[in-house]
Design a protein around this ligand. Structure first.
Ligand code: UD1
Length: 364
């Protein structure tokens, strides 16, 4: 009997990870019966369906429809809905990815029902317990049976926490599997007219959505000033703004901080459009985790508007600089970005497009 395997996703950064896992699992119907469970943590087309479509995930087998809400509400909703599903269908294996509320809730529900759980992207640590994602990472790793790790720091962190290392496997980065699979198509694509006005190497791309950066007026004001400052290095700075950020820019009346600059706010982009733009950008400003990794593989400088990163390999590889919201640091990093020699850059060894193959080796 093939292993009934639930692959769980809830929010934007999960989809590029589950796409790689599903792509491989679907090749072995005698071994795995994969089922996609979408918790519904993200529900807007631009944060969810566009990725299901572009990355070949297709319609989810189950949609839990939990929506937005406080952390407790969201986590609790997934816990209850996912437990119900597990009790009905009794899967043999649950695969969770990343560090969002749905990741932790699905792992917890499964493990309490006696189902084996595999956590993809285990071991990453920012050591900042004010980040909801750090709490999700720690707890998910503590209860999962298989820990699939994307970079060496993850193995060190798990070891330092006293984890039984026979559960931990350094496999590489599944998100990079998705990137390598689609990169030729992405490079060949023609951007829609609304985005095609920017010329290769003359613009920067920005994303921002962390609660610590966008949920209070002072931080968001500093972030907008930093963005406007960095934008002076390039002709245009494309700001692909998350709904949460757009809402708060309006609520705090901050639009005028960037109005007079060459900053263009656009809607959140699809995967293909976004990677295409990043690939041709001079540099990227972000507080996302995944984008730090994608820029590392692409060899595009990334300026991380956070105080820490759980992905130190991206800094060691030379593309990523963690600056927080300090104008001085962003200024130095953007100057360095303008001089960055992409042709001399090499991606990390295990970020080679074969991470899921290594995962399947372990699971089989
Ligand atoms: C979540 C993840 C974060 C991830 C991010 C990617 C947690 C704790 N956080 O944060 O790790 O980096 O997704 O985007 O799980 N909203 C919409 N449309 C949607 C979803 C949300 O407009 O489809 C708005 C709602 O106003 C909502 C707000 O965004 O209140 C925040 O939603 P939330 O689910 O907390 O997600 P993120 O902040 O995106």
């Amino acid at each position: 009997m093939p292993t009934l395997t639930y692959v769980v996703a809830g929010a934007r950064p999960n989809f590029m990870k589950i796409a790689a896992v599903l792509h491989e699992l679907r090749k072995y119907p005698d071994v795995f019966t994969p089922r996609v469970v979408h918790t519904g943590q993200h529900y807007d087309y631009a944060l969810s369906q566009v990725f299901l479509k572009q990355l070949g995930i297709g319609a989810p087998d189950y949609f839990l429809n939990v929506g937005s809400g406080s952390h407790a509400f969201q986590t609790g909703q997934v816990l209850m809905a996912f437990e119900k599903l597990i009790m009905e269908e009794r899967p043999n294996l649950v695969i969770v990815v990343g560090d969002i509320n749905s990741t932790l809730a699905a792992a917890l529900a499964a493990v309490k029902c006696g189902v084996t759980v595999a956590h993809v992207e285990a071991g990453l640590r920012s050591f900042d317990m004010t980040m909801p994602e750090e709490i999700n990472r720690l707890l998910t790793d503590r209860i999962s049976h298989y820990l699939f790790v994307s970079e060496p720091s993850g193995m060190d962190n798990l070891k330092n926490e006293g984890c039984d290392m026979s559960h931990a496997h350094l496999v590489g980065n599944v998100m990079i599997d998705t990137l390598t699979r689609h990169i030729t198509e992405i490079r060949a694509m023609v951007l829609p007219q609304t985005l095609s006005s920017v010329k290769t190497g003359t613009y920067a791309v920005c994303t921002l959505h962390r609660p610590s950066n966008v949920d209070d007026k002072e931080s968001l004001t500093r972030a907008m000033d930093v963005i406007a400052h960095a934008a002076r290095r390039v002709d245009t700075l494309l700001f692909a703004a998350h709904p949460r950020t757009v809402k708060n820019i309006a609520a705090f009346g901050l639009q005028n901080r960037i109005d007079s600059h060459n900053v263009k706010i656009v809607e959140p982009l699809g995967y293909f459009e976004f990677i295409h733009l990043v690939d041709n950008a001079k540099f990227v400003l972000t507080d996302s985790g995944g984008i730090q990794e994608e820029t590392t593989w692409l060899g595009v400088p990334c300026i991380t508007l956070r105080e820490s990163t759980e992905r130190p390999l991206t800094c060691a590889s030379g593309t990523n600089t963690v600056t927080g919201l300090e104008v001085q640091k962003v200024s130095i990093a953007s100057d360095a970005a303008m001089r960055f020699m992409r042709s001399e850059h090499k991606p990390p060894t295990l970020w080679d497009g074969c991470a899921v193959l290594r995962i399947l080796d372990v699971l089989c």
